[in-house]
Ligand binder design. Structure first.
Ligand code: HEC
Length: 82
């Protein structure tokens, strides 16, 4: 699978592979596709009102949003390190 063109908007916080690099940022790897897609639409339309996520997803089209949800959903979930 090719990384989506907009992945760079997300990777600083969620990692390119969906393993968050910062505390307070959720891991996205292996989450259900429908869940990710609907969460992203809620940030974009403001029904989930989180400024950081609204700014990140605001300029993303439906096609790109779908590609990002598919990408993160397809990443292997985190293996606990301890
Ligand atoms: C500046 C850091 C930052 C950037 C950039 C960012 N996010 Fe987030 N993201 C967060 C934080 C913090 C949350 C938790 C927000 C909340 O409490 O609802 C979140 C939540 C999410 C969720 C919901 C996860 C869940 O379990 O409900 C998804 C999906 C998501 N981000 C995807 C993305 C995508 C796709 C991009 C790129 C377009 C992106 N994020 C860019 C910080 C970021």
């Amino acid at each position: 699978m090719q990384p989506p063109s907009r992945l760079g908007l997300c990777a600083a916080c969620h990692g390119a592979n969906g393993q968050a690099s910062q505390p307070g940022v959720p891991n996205l790897a292996g989450q259900h596709l429908d869940y990710l897609r609907s969460a992203l639409k809620q940030y974009r339309d403001g029904s989930r009102n989180v400024a950081l996520m609204r700014a990140a997803i605001g300029p993303v089209s439906d096609v790109e949003l779908d590609a990002l949800a598919r990408w993160y959903s397809a990443q292997p979930p985190q293996v606990p390190s301890r």
